[in-house]
Design a binder for this molecule. Structure first.
Ligand SMILES: *Cc1c(COP(=O)(O)O)cnc(C)c1O
Length: 855
């Protein structure tokens, strides 16, 4: 590491307590007096906010009273709030440094943050003040909040989980940083053209981003390619030296993460790639100016775009470059911070915990080992002990198509020294397993290297071997990983290495921010807002379930939220929906395993049944419904894109069928993202979480919907299982085959026997007759079920799905009972706060504790 440039300017986060003391005594009295007088000023009143606002309009934005539009108002408001956050951020980081607290570093390639302004206003408890403040300045706070683009630095559940976790880390006063990438383009915007998804770049950084603090002084060199040599050390030994072939700089952008009802502000550090200032003069002098400039632009491409695949692996070199760039910069930063403490290396795991969000950051295991043995001259054994005590891994899927396997040649070319280390990790591991079990088959099954041609590196195996704990994200999933993909590792390590932390969501965003009306109502009954931090307090709502007036208020809130969604639907699609009828919602990434095809086939069945009912009998026989589907498909995922087309085609036909009227409306909401989820989740009567059993690791939108008083139709999968346990099986509509049965059923299908139930056959025939447009587009969706093994068990679960939807209709007719179910469900959702997740990780995996300013 010695060849890396020394940093001359240092941030406050970097000082040790001893350094702070010595700096402290060196500060002249006058300087300290000035600092006390003028430093750390933050607004506390409406007037002070307005002063700050105007100040930012005039000085930061160089605008005036006469050209302050809503964008300027958003920026000036955000700049004012950010000033406040930065003050708290500085104090928090000083406190954690002074206390030498152990920190958790959460490594995630995705942070699906959504909007920051509303969240900051809520967490700082200054929303009312700010609202009144901007009102007098001629703006509506709602409009100002609406200007902010989503920070869409993630695909779906995994990225949103990371965002909920950093909120809970801050709220729980844990010293914790997130590390990720600052993609220039986050998840694409989805346009619907002629019923098809069209991807449009996400220009989220077009206007300056007031929520990030660029740290241009923190530039960390990251190397790629090159070769490995062996060099003699002064003491006569040998070390391996990696001579990189390409160097890129990682620039830090810090995003302050406020906690709720605390002054604790943690950091989310996102790296952006830029070229080194070492311009290639040899190329330049040989007249190749063009190429030497092009190389530089190449560097920036590393962080230019988020890969838009959810639960799907694609072995692209640029993706591996992203992973190493991010892991290398983050570890350099973490190690540098530790080195300043001048503690012995053996204490590293007492100061640092690193959590891998899926296998994406698995290179951290190899990179930390490399730093310790090649650059810090520790022995292999000492280093490996530190690595495995520091790192833990969360698994997010058992689906084989989602498991990362890097082709060995590609890996070797990009990271030659890391491959040597992977080999040695593997060798030592296989030696151990070989001696203990004497089983050749076992060795080839657990090896990090897949001996296929071409050979692959199995990242999940490396992650298990290099971690002290491996967790799944819901009970069912955590049991499944132990009997499927990591079965052999349970034999080798014992089951204690494997644990469960069921996912959760932050109640600040998913209740307070998304559903202010319900929050108010709950607070009025519970006597305050502390349930936003102690979500188990919701339990007290059960006392009011027999209070008819309360039930009425509860229902009014739901109606309000449905009207709010109806406005959005009108805006986005032009369709009008009746907010008084059942809203049935499925929003999430479009994926065959999530089975939006099951939903839309069911909708077509319902439509055909309505048409088959004589018109004068329809109103009596059918309960009206609005079926709402939304989500993005990965750009290269044809089956998923055809599902979107089918939903839109059905929507056109059904919504324009005058004979159906309000009995059925079908809506596709384009460009589903976090800010839309905040409008959608509070507006469901019913939401659908209908993945093939055993495929959805947890799901988190199931939690968002139930927390907001919606009921669920779902399979026995992921966290649906624990939601059922918490809220009671009378309050959820479960259906379908169980995960234990799935493998045998698939086997039957693959032997050539897929029975298509008559209702589904009717649906298929209707599609093929051209009712929903040229059937050639949908042929593949049908053939997958009928002739290609129906991998997701659509045929097997279809009848059970329809029956359960009928049951939903029956129960919805009993309005008062439905509202009671809704209240009881919300009352029992305390377990699904991400605060509980973070407490569990802190206690069982990270061994960290909250830090508050009381000593
Ligand atoms: C919560 C959330 C998800 C995850 O939804 P699942 O149904 O659990 O897959 C995906 N996208 C967004 C925008 C979300 O807010």
């Amino acid at each position: 590491m010695s060849d890396r440039p020394k940093l001359h300017r240092r941030t406050l986060t970097g000082f040790t307590p001893t350094e702070i003391k010595s700096i402290d005594t060196a500060i002249p009295a006058k300087c300290r007096e000035l600092w006390n007088k003028f430093g750390t000023q933050e607004f506390a009143t409406k007037e002070e906010f307005q002063k700050s606002f105007i100040n930012h309009v005039e000085k930061t934005l160089a605008r005036s009273l006469y050209n302050c539009d809503v964008l300027a108002a958003y920026q000036a408001t955000s700049d004012s709030i950010r000033d406040k956050l930065v003050v708290h951020w500085n104090k928090t980081q000083q406190l954690h440094t002074a206390k030498e607290a152990k920190r958790i570093y959460y490594l995630s390639l995705e942070f699906l943050m959504g909007r920051a302004l509303d969240n900051a206003l809520i967490n700082l408890n200054i929303k009312d003040l700010t609202s009144k403040g901007v009102d007098e300045l001629g703006f509506k706070l709602e409009d100002i909040i609406g200007v902010e683009p989503d920070a869409g630095l993630g695909n779906g559940g995994l990225g949103r989980l990371a965002a909920c976790f950093v909120d809970s880390l801050s709220t729980g006063n844990y010293p914790g940083w997130g590390y990720g990438l600052r993609y220039q383009y986050g998840i694409f915007a989805q346009k619907i053209v002629d019923g098809y998804q069209v991807e449009v770049p996400d220009y989220w950084l077009n206007f300056s981003n007031p929520w990030e603090i660029p740290r241009f002084e923190i530039q960390i060199p990251v190397d790629f390619y090159g070769y490995v040599s062996t060099v003699k050390t002064p003491s006569g030994g040998f070390v391996k030296q990696w001579n990189g072939g390409q160097r890129v700089l990682a620039v830090a952008y810090d995003n302050p993460i406020p906690g709720w009802d605390t002054s604790n502000v943690n950091n989310l550090r996102l790296w952006s790639a830029k070229p080194t200032t070492e311009f290639d003069f040899s190329k330049f002098n040989s007249g190749d100016y063009q190429n030497s400039v092009a190389d530089q632009q190449n560097a920036e491409s590393i962080t230019s775009v988020l890969y838009p695949n959810d639960n799907f692996y694609k072995g692209k070199e640029l993706r591996l470059k992203q992973q190493y760039f991010w892991v290398s910069a983050s570890l350099y930063d973490i190690v540098r911070r530790f080195i300043k403490s001048k503690r012995p290396w053996a204490e590293f795991p007492e100061k640092v915990a690193i959590q891998l969000n899926d296998t994406h950051p698995t290179l951290a295991i190899v990179e930390l080992q490399r730093i310790l043995i090649d650059l810090q001259n520790l022995s292999w054994e000492e280093a490996w002990d530190i690595v495995t005590k520091t790192i833990a891994y969360s698994n997010h899927t058992v689906m084989s198509e989602a498991l990362e396997k890097w082709p060995l040649e590609l890996f070797n070319n990009l990271l030659p020294r890391h491959l040597e280390i992977v080999y040695e990790i593997n060798q030592r591991f296989l030696n151990y397993v070989g001696e203990k079990f004497k089983d050749e088959d076992l060795l080839s099954r657990v090896s990090i290297i897949e001996e296929s041609s071409p050979k692959n590196i199995r990242m999940a195996h490396l992650a298990v071997i290099g971690s002290h704990k491996v967790n799944g994200v819901a009970e069912l999933h955590s049991e499944l990983i132990k009997t499927t993909i990591f079965k052999d590792f349970v034999t080798i390590y014992g089951s204690e290495k494997f644990t469960n932390v069921t996912n959760g969501i932050t109640p600040r965003r998913w209740l307070r921010q998304a559903n202010p009306k319900l929050t108010e109502l709950i607070a009025s009954k519970l006597g305050g807002y502390t349930f936003l931090k102690d979500l188990n307090e919701l339990k007290q709502l059960e006392k009011f379930v027999d209070d008819a007036e309360f039930r009425h208020q509860w229902d009014e809130v739901k109606l309000h939220n449905k009207k709010r969604l109806a406005v959005l639907i009108k805006d986005l699609t032009g369709f009008s929906v009746n907010p008084n009828v059942l809203f049935d919602i499925q929003v999430k990434r479009i994926h065959e395993y999530k089975r939006q095809q099951l939903n839309i086939f069911g909708v077509i069945w319902r439509y055909l049944q309505i048409l088959a009912t004589p018109e004068e009998e329809r109103a009596a026989k059918w309960l009206p419904r609005v079926v709402i589907i939304g989500g993005k498909a990965a750009p290269g995922y044809y089956a998923a894109k055809n599902i979107i087309k089918l939903v839109n085609s059905v929507s056109q036909v059904v919504n324009n069928d005058k004979s159906v009227g309000d009995l059925l409306k079908v809506i596709f909401i384009p460009d589903y993202n976090v800010s839309k989820a905040e409008i959608i989740c509070p507006a469901s009567d019913l939401s659908e979480h209908i993945s093939t059993a055993g495929t959805e690791a947890s799901g988190t939108s199931n939690m968002k919907f139930v927390l907001n008083g919606g009921l669920i139709i779902g399979t026995v999968d992921g966290a649906n299982v624990e939601i059922t346990r918490e809220i009671g099986e009378d309050n959820i509509f479960l259906f379908g085959n169980l995960s234990e049965e799935v493998e045998d059923i698939r086997h039957e299908h693959n032997k050539g026997t897929t029975h298509i139930p008559s209702q589904l056959e009717l649906v298929f025939n209707e599609i093929l007759s051209g009712t929903f447009g040229d059937p050639i587009v949908f042929q593949g969706l049908i053939d997958n079920v009928k002739y290609h093994g129906d991998h997701y068990l659509v045929s097997d679960d279809f009848e059970s799905y329809l029956e359960t939807q009928d049951l939903v209709d029956q129960e919805y007719k009993n309005k008062e009972e439905w509202i009671k179910k809704s209240i009881i469900s919300v009352a029992n959702m305390g377990f699904f706060s991400s605060d509980r997740c973070i407490d569990e990780y802190a206690e069982n995996i990270w061994n960290i504790e909250p830090v508050t300013d009381q000593v």
